[in-house]
Design a protein around this ligand. Sequence first.
Ligand code: RVP
Length: 498
Amino acid sequence: IPAHFGQLGLTYDDVLLLPGETDVIPSEVDTTSRLTREISLRVPLVSAAMDTVTESRMAIAMARQGGIGVLHRNLSIDDQADQVDMVKRTQTGIISNPVTIGRDATLEDLDEICGRYRVSGLPVVDAANHLIGIITNRDLRFTPLAEWATTKVDEVMTPMPLVTGPEGISREDATALLRQHKRERLPLVDADGKLAGLITVKDFVKSEQFPHASKDADGRLLVAAAIGYFGDAWERANRLVEAGVDVLVPDVANGHARLMLDMIRRLKSDPATRHVQILGGNVATRDGAAALVEAGADGVKVGVGPGSICTTRVVAGVGVPQVTAIYEAAQACRPAGVPVVGDGGLQYSGDIAKALVAGADTVMVGSLLAGCEESPGELVLVNGKQFKTYRGMGSLGAMAPRGKRSFSKDRYFQADVSSDDEVITEGIEGRVPYRGSLGAVVHQLTGGLHQSMFYVGARDIPQLQARGRFVRITTAGLKESHPHDVQGIVEAPNYSGR
Ligand code: RVP
């Protein structure tokens, strides 16, 4: 009989980091880490590609905080591409491709577009993109609501000549112009009078507010989006690339599947998509990670079964405890220079450093962020406490939404199941406590990581990965780790009892 029993699998609760000699102060550490071959993040956090975690609002908030969001794929191609577009057009100081409106549009159209993009005014352009005016809240003030459907932009906009700036204007010159003319918006035009960009005071202030924001070479926020490997996946990938996505995440429960590897090869060889970073997954073994690297992935996402809402390990009896999974995958990825994302299973901020020491470069989180203001879904009140819905992408609600189409059944290779009743679920639907704004949550998570780095004596993530050492603990040790023998009275911002 061949030896079927492999090594022992360990997870976050099985280990602790050893404290070491240190002259590091928590506030001074640098948490910059690599997401993929070509993209680094100041904060090593990625929000999960789940329909109760990451849509455009969360993706914007994550990128502003220095991490990145992966837009889920349980929605139509149009809707997902729109969300990429929304992130790429948000806050960056200079908007290179601003949303515009034509002179014949109605005020009602204007209102709809402004609501969708959360802006309060738009440049008006002709068919050849020449700037012909600007329209803002102020211009609407004297038109009664009842006339919005029939009044054209042309009738109320502020027409040229406007205060404009030349394409390529410096931040300082733009600020001076805005100040001199007391304007809130500065359209940028090229030599032919065509609109080349837009600067708003609001965006300038925001870009100072978020100094760590994750940005592309043009200063736009970074965004990732999930795709599949099946059906319209190729079309989806291309549309997302056209919309400006920075990272495509072919996202399935077993990334060691041939179809997924073929998809990655195609993405990395096709001229339309090969410039985009590809984060492949999920795998949980050294061989799985090696296969993704060999197929051309720019990053490898690790995790089979650790997710808080995941039932794969009980439904299928398959998975690898997460610390061992990350360690094993990293053995294949490190030598190839491909970063690892530790996906799922994190319960507390201390788990981030454990993942990084095990071999991850960033972590993906779902449950820790699902309770944020910026995650999709309404607040639910239960016994006077506030919650938000959180469900697995392999749950019944996500894979068989009554009366609606599921776009993500293929994550669990269930796309060919004809009746919703026959679907084999691998996740549950639940809720998590409401946690307020993402900014506050990320502050606690990264704050915990700063503390870990102080204890280990690491100024940056590579040092943490090199110096970090684990001790294995027992259930008694785990019990000792958590508060014990007292009754908690005041809730801590970064700890909730188990
Ligand atoms: P967690 O952070 O522990 O909540 O885990 C989130 C991760 O769980 C996701 O990024 C994904 O990899 C995985 N997931 C999502 N849905 C399901 C499921 O239904 N089984 N699992």
